[in-house]
Design a protein around this ligand. Structure first.
Ligand code: KG4
Ligand code: ZN
Length: 341
């Protein structure tokens, strides 16, 4: 079965073709970073308009790259939520329509299920069951995964998502949007241990997270230290390093607790923040120490992309699931409400 995947939930247009026998045949991502940079964050209306502009040519390009015609396709998968409703409707509307035009089934995919299953595109793929840490710009969740569609939420952020904390702290440090990768680059120059940020909610039991206090801590540190130190560039890097270490360590502490609670030796990392090199190294060390293993996709499949949507959609379409013609987009959509396949 060959599936076209379409991702338009936020500020990346992603298109891919996944084949059940041959794997990922082609995938392209267009990032709207330049479009939104001047505003310091995503402008929903601009995002929707750009998805409309990009999507059709990108579908043509990916089909050419995958040497695939409409007759070769067996289904279309599009992101149905969660995300920006206007942006979602672009992918859902076009995806559902071309599936109807070509006489093939369509499926609306949960964006976080896409992230969660993305490590299965890599070899070796994690076997079920596993514990997943989903860390993106909008979500920070620990999920117990029994199988496709069988998810139990173990813990989540009570305020900012980890990616959101990266982006806000980056802004405080004067870095351009999107801040996560820029902050991680700056942190490379930082002296570890020069500052120590708190590890929120690690001093009590439980698997929930809270990251909003870290940006306040960063704001105060920046205000005090940039005024006190002559080497302000080094001070910024030291603060970036301290922030990154705090987020990574906090996530690692909760991951250890989660795999212990679930009695599971496989941990999957997914979502944009899982592209963070230090986080990957830390969970690798953690799981190796425990005699288990951490799994994460290549960095380009950590951030938003069409490949994960094509793959997740393929699992559901291959199991016989599909959508009626009246499609919907769901800006909010709890992962636990998904159906097993
Ligand atoms: O999954 P994603 O591409 O979009 C959402 O679904 O939100 O995640 C984007 C988030 C942003 O907050 C971005 O700053 C963060 O992932 N991010 C990173 C890195 N790469 C992306 N955060 C830290 N280090 C990185 N290398
Ligand atoms: Zn995402």
């Amino acid at each position: 079965m060959r599936v076209l995947g379409i991702e338009t939930s936020c500020d990346e247009t992603g298109v891919a073709i996944y084949d059940g026998d041959q794997g990922l045949l082609a995938h392209e991502v267009h990032s709207q970073v330049d479009l939104h940079a001047a505003y310091g964050g995503v402008v929903p209306e601009l995002a929707s308009r750009d998805h409309i502009r990009r999507l059709t040519p990108m579908i043509r390009l990916v089909m050419t790259e995958a040497r695939t015609t409409s007759q070769d396709l067996d289904g279309v998968a599009y992101t149905a939520g969660p995300g920006l409703v206007g942006a979602l409707l672009v992918g859902a509307g076009l995806g559902r329509s071309i599936a109807w035009g070509w006489g093939i089934p369509a499926i609306g995919v949960h964006h976080m299920e896409g992230h969660l299953l993305a490590p299965l595109l890599e070899a070796p793929a994690p076997a079920f069951p596993f514990v997943a840490l989903l860390v993106s710009g909008g979500h920070t969740q620990l999920v117990q995964v029994a199988d496709v569609g069988r998810y139990r939420l173990l813990g989540e952020s009570v305020d900012d998502a980890a990616g959101e904390a990266f982006d806000k702290t980056a802004k405080i440090l004067g870095l351009p949007y999107p801040g996560g990768p820029a902050l991680a680059r700056l942190a490379e120059q930082g002296e570890p241990g020069r500052y120590v940020f708190p590890r929120p909610m690690t001093d009590r039991p439980g698997l929930d997270f809270s990251f909003s206090g870290l940006k306040t801590f960063a704001l105060n540190t920046v205000r005090d230290e940039l005024a006190a130190r002559a080497d302000t560039e080094q001070a910024r890097a030291d603060i970036a390093r301290a922030f990154e270490d705090a987020v990574v360590e906090t996530l690692a502490i909760k991951c250890r607790r989660a795999v212990e609670a679930a009695g599971c030796d496989r941990l999957v990392l997914a979502g944009g923040v899982s592209a963070n090199r230090r986080l990957r190294e830390r969970v690798d060390a953690l799981m190796t120490e425990r005699g288990g293993r951490a799994f994460y996709p290549r960095p380009e499949l950590c951030t938003d992309n069409g490949a994960m949507i094509a793959f997740a959609g393929h699992q559901r379409l291959a199991a016989g699931q599909s959508e009626p013609l009246a499609f919907t987009a769901m800006p909010r959509w709890p992962l636990e409400t998904l159906t097993p396949i």
